[in-house]
Design a protein around this ligand. Structure first.
Ligand code: ATP
Ligand code: MG
Length: 561
């Protein structure tokens, strides 16, 4: 069998359903064969890994089909939105590796046009000003089985509607006293079609339009028209918007827009185990100081993952592997962790760091002498250079790597046993000392000069330990991050409790580590592998006098049952 043919065959079969739809639309020359997507965040919080999925999808499809992807802020609710969020979103999309060029748009760019569209609907008798309160409107909506009640204001004259709507815009009425509603069908089985609100009065300052407006369009009224105005061909959104689609179509129909209508396609949102994903909940964690801000390395935000040590490539790769589903599902967080391990294994320099130091003295090594050994920076990279590693009479090893009374198959250090010190020599443990509390405080060893790393010695040992030179190692702060929630599905709780009850009390442990001096050259954001321990990165909190490292992920999955 010709394997090449086979793989191109497989490729065809493995188009996801969005690609199938798009390829079909191109074939049928819909929208002139063009593909134009958009990523439409509301700037009311920081982006999370679910948004990263949507970004990769929208920009990815545009790239794949030689199309364009816009960044559009759906900024229709000034009370929850801010410039801080806008800026963080711009930074995050760029950091992920995507560029919207000059196509940065805002729903607020279209407020005037949307207002004109609303006037058009009022003139057609398809929209009316309703004076019921929000509570009354909701009480009269009915249920999916029971039709709603029509508003007493539903049959106002067109001229009354026009003049009152204009007065709403002019600021003649207080918040909450009037809304503009679409006149559709109070008995529709689709609740979204029961005369939905199009505009509400909000005397609120908007981060872009200032005090120009005191009526603001609802998301459902703004979204479809914004897509249309931008010439979006494929409006990709998450499943919960499937039931809104008839409303979006109704608006375009009644606006008599026939050509170049965006095609809405829904896919299942990304859900991750051990993670909450809604902005509202993330805001609650930040506001309630359960974490140290939106970019806390335990947060599933893009900025949190960045600070944690995730790379753009690892997130793009994750988004690709997750694929596109039509049904709600959960992705295991282990897949995300796998993607970053894979990337850092290939690309991060090796470094030795000791977390729980135990002093080890090499009694036959000359006092006051230091030699420089060499360690490969990256064994995965054949071109890798080496780093200088000082070695002398006194070093630190991990407490765990020594046992006074070891069980069978303990290949690390114990009285009389021999191990290799990575990049250095084989040593033998001769004796040890305990402190007043009975804790082991120092161990004494003999080294074998002929076993120097790289030399051909006949001596063989089963264990290799990492270590650092006592005299010149860096004493750094290390933040050991773990999963933020103990529960696989943090949103599932007992009656009367919320997701915060599932927070992991040990999600952050701050400790000190002793690190080989080469790490002094690492800058904020740099990543490395602490050998035998895990992947770490330098936190922006790092200073001249105190380096701070974050644990991105342990070397192996420690949660596996
Ligand atoms: P959340 O529900 O988390 O509060 P949101 O949907 O309100 O987020 P938006 O700013 O409206 O946030 O989302 C921008 C885009 O990102 C939308 O197109 C939305 O469908 C998409 N998106 C949001 N969450 C996810 C997710 N978990 N998986 C995939 N796409 C998502
Ligand atoms: Mg939304």
């Amino acid at each position: 069998m010709n394997t090449n043919e086979n793989s191109s065959e497989e490729k065809k079969v493995s188009l996801n359903f969005l690609e199938q739809i798009i390829e079909n639309d191109i074939k049928e020359n819909k929208s002139g064969g063009k593909v134009h997507t958009r990523f439409p965040p509301e700037p009311n919080g920081y982006l999370h890994i679910g948004h990263a999925k949507s970004i990769c999808l929208n920009f990815g499809l545009a790239n794949k089909y030689n199309g364009l992807c816009n960044l559009r802020f759906d900024d229709t609710n000034p009370t929850t939105e801010s410039v801080e969020y806008v800026n963080s979103i711009r930074d995050d999309v760029h950091w992920l590796g995507f560029d919207w060029e000059e196509r940065e748009y805002y729903a607020s760019d279209y407020f005037e046009k949307l207002y004109e569209y609303a006037i058009f609907l009022i003139k057609k008798g398809k929209a009316y000003v309703c004076e019921m309160t929000a509570e009354e409107i909701s009480a009269n909506r009915g249920t999916p089985q029971i039709p709603g009640k029509e508003s007493p204001w539903r049959n106002r004259s067109v001229s009354d509607n026009l003049s009152i709507f204009e007065r709403m815009r002019n600021g003649d009425f207080p918040d909450g006293t009037r809304v503009l509603r679409a006149k559709i069908d109070m008995a529709s089985p689709n609740m979204h079609m029961r005369d939905p609100v199009m505009y509400r009065i909000m005397h609120a300052h908007h981060h872009r339009t200032g005090d120009d407006w005191c009526i603001y369009p609802m998301y459902d009224w703004a979204h479809g028209q914004s897509d249309y105005m931008e010439g979006i061909t494929h409006s990709i959104c998450t499943l919960e918007f499937e039931v809104h689609r008839p409303l979006y179509d109704w608006f375009l129909d009644e606006l008599e827009i026939k050509d170049n209508r965006p095609r809405q396609i829904e896919f299942a949102r990304l859900n991750l185990t051990y993670t909450v994903m809604s902005k509202r909940k993330l805001l609650e964690l930040v506001g309630g100081a359960y974490v140290h801000g939106w970019d806390d390395p335990r947060m599933p935000t893009i900025s949190g993952l960045r600070r944690r040590g995730y790379t753009p490539a690892s997130l793009r790769n994750f988004a690709e592997r997750v694929g596109i589903a039509k049904r709600e599902n959960f992705i295991e967080v282990e897949l995300l962790e796998h993607c970053i391990r894979e990337d850092l294994n290939k690309n991060s320099p090796r470094t030795m760091a000791v977390m729980n130091p135990l002093k080890l003295i090499i009694t036959n090594y000359a006092e006051g002498e230091t030699e420089i050994l060499h360690g490969t920076l990256n064994p995965e990279d054949p071109e890798s250079s080496t780093r200088p590693i000082p070695f002398s009479r006194e070093i630190f090893i991990e407490k765990d790597d020594f046992m006074e009374n070891p069980p069978n198959k303990f290949f690390r250090l114990s009285p009389g046993s021999e191990v290799r010190l990575k990049y250095a020599y084989i040593i033998r443990c001769d004796s040890f000392k305990k402190d007043a509390n009975g804790e082991i405080s120092e161990i004494y060893c003999t080294y074998f000069p002929e076993t120097k790393s790289g030399m051909n010695s006949l001596k063989k040992v089963k264990g290799t330990l990492h270590w650092v030179n006592a005299a010149d190692c860096i004493k750094a702060e290390v933040r050991l991050y773990d999963r933020l929630f103990v529960n696989e599905y943090p949103d599932e709780t007992e009656e009367g409790k919320d997701f915060k009850h599932n927070l992991n009390p040990d999600s952050l442990v701050v400790t000190t580590a002793y690190i080989e001096p080469h790490a002094r050259s690492y800058k904020a954001g740099d990543k490395c592998q602490f050998e035998r321990t895990g992947y770490f990165c330098v936190d922006p909190d790092t200073t001249e006098s105190l380096m701070v490292f974050n644990r991105t992920v342990s070397l192996k999955d420690s949660w596996k049952k």
